[in-house]
Design a protein around this ligand. Sequence first.
Ligand SMILES: C[S@@+](CC[C@H](N)C(=O)[O-])C[C@H]1O[C@@H](n2cnc3c(N)ncnc32)[C@H](O)[C@@H]1O
Length: 239
Amino acid sequence: MNLREKWEDQAGQWLAWARAPGHDSFWRHHGEQFSRLLPPPGVLTLDIGCGEGRLSRQLAAAGHKVIGVDASPSLIAAARSADPSIAVTRADAAALPLADRCADLAIAFMSLQDVDAMPAAMHEAARVLKPGGRFCMAIVHPLNSAGRFESLAPDAPFVVRGSYLDSFTFSDAVERDGLSMTFHSAHRPLQSYFAALEDAGFLIEALREPSIPEAIVARDSSRRWLRVPLFLHLRCLRP
Ligand SMILES: C[S@@+](CC[C@H](N)C(=O)[O-])C[C@H]1O[C@@H](n2cnc3c(N)ncnc32)[C@H](O)[C@@H]1O
């Protein structure tokens, strides 16, 4: 199975995980951290790899006209039934069924590390954006996906046992608060993402490396994450 098929296979688990109130990092801090990077609503916003549609719904509530795109038939069906007023379509990020230069904002929130043909998806994002449009993306930080902490202790060593510079796929089975989810993803070094952006013609305008905010760390056992970024955020200009 490729990554796209593995995500369809996990659709039921993802639905439960993504929608459980306050469960996923999206609800605890990440959605708000990412929203700071976004330009205001324009004519059309694409949510590439929209999943069950939680970000599409937030964007629509903030005044964006949104089209959500995802490869998983089950997640697209869930997004459509959660809010039928938001247009969603089942497609691969590497072959968007959209006209050239139709949008002024394309978003890929936590999807590109799960997309098999990531460079082709970047090209598609550039193709559907108008000149002057923005591409905003969040991924698992490549340092994070290259290694892991040896324990939960605040000063636990973070160890890269394989190679940061190689690309590889991996599956991370996580259990928390009675929910289980297997994340099927690719680790790619930063230069893979930046080469794809360069090749697609994007100019990088802003870069953030968010981790768990201090206020949340103070309440749980995640203090080790103050030393290593969880995510990478980029805002890019399509000239
Ligand atoms: C971690 S989930 C994020 C979903 C959504 N952005 C969110 O935050 O709720 C990754 C998503 O990428 C989608 N995906 C994986 N490969 C894809 C591809 N080739 N084209 C489009 N979507 C894909 C999966 O179906 C899944 O919905």
